[in-house]
Design a protein around this ligand. Structure first.
Ligand SMILES: [Zn+2]
Length: 207
């Protein structure tokens, strides 16, 4: 009887060890996956990244823009890789390169939607009317308060959120941050907020 009990206990202990080992391996792979899909882009960059170099090919021999990877170049690449949707919620949008990437995405069939602040639409350098004229749907808030978010959800899978307005000053001047994550719970929360605002601001100010 004691022999049987000993065998039984041994099997239990062994199976527990195997279970704990696989649990450890699983948790470690999940953590590594999370680490891989999370980063923070800090600004300012020393130099503006070359949009051509990072999205297609730069043929300029004396290009005055940066071919070194930096925060803006990573943002270029995230937008350039969008396949299904890009939902942008940003207070100020005056950066021509980033606006051009949204237009290019729309032209390759990506659903691009932009929400911005109504009082920023007509400021000097605003890209909003260019976006609208090139087929990008834009909606604005309808109050005297600011639509102050600065986030973008790409393909409903990736969230970029932080202090970063889409302006030249934010790229090379200001201290800014942009957290990049694929955490499904966070992506879902921002996606829901985007949908809520998109519905709230309706199409009355659409083109
Ligand atoms: Zn270049």
């Amino acid at each position: 009887m004691w022999r049987r009990f000993g065998i039984f206990t041994g099997v239990c202990v062994l199976s527990e060890i195997v279970f704990q080992f696989y649990k450890y391996r699983y948790n470690r792979s999940i953590t590594k996956e999370k680490e891989k899909s999370t980063e923070v882009l800090f600004f300012p960059d020393k130099k503006v990244a070359c949009i051509k170099h990072f999205t297609s090919e730069c043929e300029s021999e004396n290009c005055s823009y940066s071919h070194e990877e930096n925060s803006l170049s990573k943002l270029f690449q995230y937008l350039n890789k969008a396949v299904h949707s890009v939902d942008v919620c940003v207070f100020v949008l005056t950066c021509t390169d980033l606006a051009d990437l949204l237009i290019q995405a729309a032209e390759r069939g990506v659903r691009v939607r932009v929400i911005t602040d109504s009082e920023q639409v007509d400021i000097p350098g605003s890209q909003i009317w260019k976006l609208r004229s090139r087929g990008v749907a834009v909606r604005t808030d309808d109050s005297s308060f600011f639509m102050h978010h600065k986030f973008v959800v790409i393909d409903n899978k990736k969230l970029l959120n932080g202090s970063f307005n889409w302006t030249r000053q934010a790229i090379t001047g200001n201290q800014e941050n942009l957290l990049v994550t694929s955490d499904p719970r966070l992506v879902h929360l921002y996606k829901e907020q985007f949908s809520l605002l998109w519905g709230k601001y309706k199409a009355k100010k659409d083109q």
